[in-house]
Design a protein around this ligand. Sequence first.
Ligand code: IFM
Length: 722
Amino acid sequence: MTDHNWMVVEEGFDPERVAHFETVFTQGNGFLGTRGSFEEYYPGKHNSTFAHGVFDDVPIFFKELANLPDWTELFVDLDGETFSLVSGELLGYRRCLSLRDGLLVRELRWKSPQGKISSLVFSRFISRANERLCLQKVEITPENYAGKLLVRAGLDGGASNLDLKHWDWLNQRQQAKTFTLELKTKGSGIKLEMSQILCCSDKNAAHSYWNTFNHPTQAIEKVLKEHEKFTVWKAVEIKVAPFEQESPAGKPINLDEVQWDAQLAAHRKLWQEDWQRSDIIIEGDDETQLAMRASIYHLLIAGPRHSERVNIGAKTLSGQGYRGHTFWDTEIFMLPFFTYTNPQIARNLLSYRYHNLPGALEKASKNGFEGAQYPWESAADGREVTPVWVPYHKDPSQMVRIWCGDVEIHISSDIAYAVLQYWKATGDERFMVDRGAEIVLQTARFWASRLEWNSQTQQYEINNVIGPDENHDRIDNNAYTNYMVRWHLRTAVGIFAWLKTQHPAEFKSLAERLSLSDEQVAEWADKAEKIFLAFDEKTGLIEQFDGYFNLKTLDMRDFAGRTDSIQSILGVEEAAQTQTLKQPDVLMLMYLHPELFDPEIQKINFDYYTPRTDLEYGSSLGPSIQAIMAARLGEMQNAYENFVRAAQADLKDVRGNARDGIHGASAGGLWQAAVFGFAGLKIGEQAWSIDPKLPQGWKRLAFKFWYHGKEESIDIRAEGKR
Ligand code: IFM
């Protein structure tokens, strides 16, 4: 293991890639996430810090994570000239994120407009050891001059998301060497306290405090000799009222006593433990090794360790894309990583769904159904927050109708599926009895009321939905949805019976509380067997939805050289008239339920749907699933090609939208592609097995995972030895 496989490096400064690197260099600790923005002013920089659960009201998107004041602000005045990347001349520039410990370091040499050369090294980390603590340091050396140095660092209460300000000022105060700013979100009323201390390497340096309204600032001043290195560092404590009690790692801090070295050592120890459990070693392919670790790193900094009331947004805590909302991306794409490496985080994520059952019950009831219908997009309280109309990205004067919140309903089964997967992998019976069963039963109840009886065919249908492939909306009998619902209802019937026999006391109280009877559940069993399931006996094909086979086939080779999705090139309406998929749909179903389809049937459908799927520029969720299916079927070239696509989603910014935040689902999907695709890990109720198929050139694939409370180790060598 060499360190270049642990370092994401920006060699040389490229103004065009500022926003991209801000995302890639995001740091965090499972509670806070801060983008890799520069400490000093830079035009158009999108510095943001988000904390899980800190949502506020916003037009169109209902709720969004509120951008916290920037704890990284730091201005350096060098003998009267302010350091900035927009003036003077850069003589050297290198920025590195160490994935081992999340330390971000920027080293540069800068020649000021007046010709004074300085070396500057900025370092920072968000503590893993204390969720409230952030630390930052700058080392400054004048190389060809002597003069006055002034470092200014403040907390700006005027922080905003794009153009919307979420914070009201409450108070600010100074105590000894620290100052504190108190704020409250305008709509949700969440209180925030940020405190800061600024220290330096010379006791005789002059300190001052500027009590500027809503932007208190500390400064340190010193006259430096030529070649004299001077270090300034600061510690910031971030307290968010609703989450303080829940967080054992968020111990109160005495900022006066915080020491950089001691904090870094404690932080590194926990990171080491994280990697011990979570690393995937790939030998023989450095580029994907680094991408794999970068994906794991981004999952680790996003996973809530100490709260079961929050969840991970589609863009983690690394950007404003999707406003911090949670989708099925969590349960189907990211959760398996946590289930198998950090089951406590997986439990927290699923518990968020449990605590938010009231929102799902409300949604079902508003729509005229029974039980619990989970929202397509969810924020703090689990109510639907999918926007209904959004400005069209190519022409913001036009509005586009988003139907996902109305009819992308497969998410209720995706969550139930994740609950069952978690149980199977961990054996956490307590979770199942206390929380999981209720999620599965209440969502099953929703489906039982949502099914539509077709008296002609004598079958139940599910009409007017959106499947995983969002290129086609408001379609009937999406195969993914229908098969998932049959599985869901059957599973709920099994859970009901299991609870009744294995945990009679809990069963009794749950059945009473939910008013759930044997008759009702028997009806679910009956309905499950009468759901329409597409399958053509002659061809072995599953039609993605009613009428899909009649749509126009598009030859994607005709669009060679494109840099955008087919949907974006053709427009929403026209793309919907073609068979082009945004992401795997029938293949997604086969990935989740391989037991339902013989390998020949999987292959027939793989061959049919692969050329119709926009894996290059469609959804970032597609390539990893495609890679797993291809690996399972021995289509190794296709598997590797799509694995690389997923690996590059953020590091290479293949879709040009990494500026909006990390593609969390792609990161989780990449982990699954290595584990369930190339290693071929299969999890049973009592045992697990592997069926390795390594891509060409890979010499080794090794990782650990947790199964029923015990850590297991896999080490696959190219020659096939374990
Ligand atoms: O959940 C996904 C969806 O499957 C495709 N569009 C983006 C969403 C958020 O990542």
